[in-house]
Ligand binder design. Structure first.
Ligand code: UGA
Length: 446
């Protein structure tokens, strides 16, 4: 099929490349010339494992081109809208300007029989509104995307489910989408056909649930810190209950990125507009628990340094909002680094992939090329993003370069016993203060 993809960011670039892999003739459209130039040369404009390989060699019978000129989309039969829907400045409401602009640019190139498919995350009701304003003979479906950054290629080519939101008389739209995803359907991927509103909500409800699960674990962690329990062990007991499962119960610094934080706020804002705000007002609490994770991590670092961070050198390992990504949007790691700096610490941040974006977002912080450089002379090392290379650090070697071997493991990522054996004072979220500081005898007082 001939397909166009509008918006070539974390979602659209992967979607375009994956559709080419599935055998389609794909053109990706983006307003950013630098991004289009990189993609056209087969280079991924951001870090996403597997994307570069897919761009270089989509494979199969498909083809993949990119352009800033939306006229190139005119040949396509199906047009996917994959632009960002960020949080509006000053409110939780989703900002739909990019979506409106992409559709306005595409409109002159639509013809009877064209199908527009929204993949962006939108407030419920958006699709029905957009559908009323299309040229004659053009239909609209909503097909939310559930990919995770860092796993985007696999999630797109092997999704858990496909959701098609279509209007009442949408059989032709279902057929068209089935043709787009024929290979995935052949692989047995479940496909659910819903109305437009349900499909829009399917995405935000899933993200809200994931955020709630994460904050539940971190809320329990706060109780453990007060009560003397161990939250990591506790969620381990919950995870074995098949009704609960262990995913998204990580005790640590909480969620960030371009999706979960803004999606729970947009969901709550839309519910308020619909007069059902109380139904999801718990999401405000989910947000607040998430914010407190960073505050609690600052307390751990401050306590480790004897009560004040002023003038202390702090190495922050990780700037990306999660491992295997260079994305620093609403990054808990970067927020923590800023909060530490606000207490007067001399903060040096490092990250395997996100350094350039972190530096652009927070130029006031110090940066280092790797963990060893960041940790040199540090009074405390804070593990903020659980990249494998930080989990695998040699605590003995790192102890040689720090000023004091103190680790705040804000992601519960390392083997604490191994680090303690190498002389480190290890503190982590979710355990009571005396145990967080264990062993007391190794706590240096520099
Ligand atoms: C999320 C959803 O997982 C995707 O299904 C969805 O398609 C996507 O948003 C989107 O809306 O486009 P993503 O933002 O890429 O994907 O990242 P996740 O892997 O879900 O992680 C989100 C945040 O939660 C990260 O900061 C991660 O560190 C944090 N997290 C995750 C925890 O703090 N604890 C956990 O146990 C799991």
């Amino acid at each position: 099929m001939r397909v166009s993809v509008h918006g070539c960011g974390y979602l659209g670039a992967v979607h375009a490349a994956a559709l080419a892999r599935l055998g389609h003739e794909v053109v990706g459209i983006d307003v950013d010339p630098a991004r289009v130039a990189a993609l056209a040369e087969g280079r991924a404009p951001f870090f996403e494992p597997g994307l570069a390989a897919l761009l270089a060699e989509p494979g199969g019978a498909g083809s993949l081109t990119f352009s800033t000129d939306v006229a190139h989309a005119g040949v396509a039969d199906v047009h996917f809208l994959c632009v960002g829907t960020p949080q509006s400045a000053g409110s939780g409401v989703a900002d739909l300007q990019q979506l409106e602009a992409a559709l306005a640019a595409l409109r002159p190139h639509l013809r009877p029989g064209s199908v527009v498919v929204g993949k962006s995350t939108v407030p419920v009701g958006t699709a029905a509104r957009l559908a009323t304003d299309l040229p004659d003979g053009v239909r609209l479906a909503w097909n939310p995307e559930f990919l995770r950054e860092g796993h985007a290629v696999a999630d797109t080519l092997h999704p858990d489910r496909l959701v098609y939101g279509v209007p009442d008389d949408g059989d032709a739209l279902v057929e068209r989408l089935d043709a787009v995803y024929a290979r995935l359907l052949d692989d047995g991927v479940p496909r659910l056909v819903t109305d437009l509103a349900t499909a829009e909500l399917a995405k935000v409800a899933a993200n809200a649930f994931l955020a709630t699960k994460i904050s539940f674990a971190n809320a329990v962690a706060e109780v453990c810190e007060a009560a003397g329990g161990d939250a990591v062990a506790l969620v381990g007991t919950m995870a074995l209950d098949r009704r609960i499962g262990g995913e998204y119960l990580g005790v640590g610094l909480g969620f960030g990125g371009g999706c979960l934080p803004k999606d729970i706020r947009a969901f709550a804002a839309r519910a308020r507009e619909l007069g059902v705000g109380p139904a999801v007002s718990f999401l405000d609490e989910v947000d607040a628990i998430n914010d407190r994770c960073r505050e609690r991590a600052v307390v751990l670092a401050r306590t480790a340094c004897g009560g004040s961070l002023a003038g202390r050198r702090v190495a922050v390992l990780g700037a990306a909002f999660k491992p295997d990504s260079d994305d620093v949007r609403s990054s808990p790691a970067l927020a923590l680094a800023r909060a530490l700096a606000a207490e007067g610490a001399d903060v040096v941040v490092t990250d395997p992939q996100a350094l350039a974006l972190a530096q652009a977002a927070a130029p006031e912080l110090g940066y280092a090329a790797d963990a060893r450089e960041a940790a040199t002379g540090a009074d405390v090392v804070v593990l903020a993003t659980e990249w494998d290379e930080y989990r695998d650090l040699d605590p003995g070697a790192l102890a040689d370069v720090v000023r004091s071997p103190r680790l705040v493991d804000a992601r519960n990522a390392v083997d604490g016993a191994r680090w303690r054996a190498a002389g480190w004072d290890v503190r982590s979220l979710g355990v009571a203060a005396p145990r967080a500081a264990r062993p007391q005898s190794s706590s240096p007082t520099a």
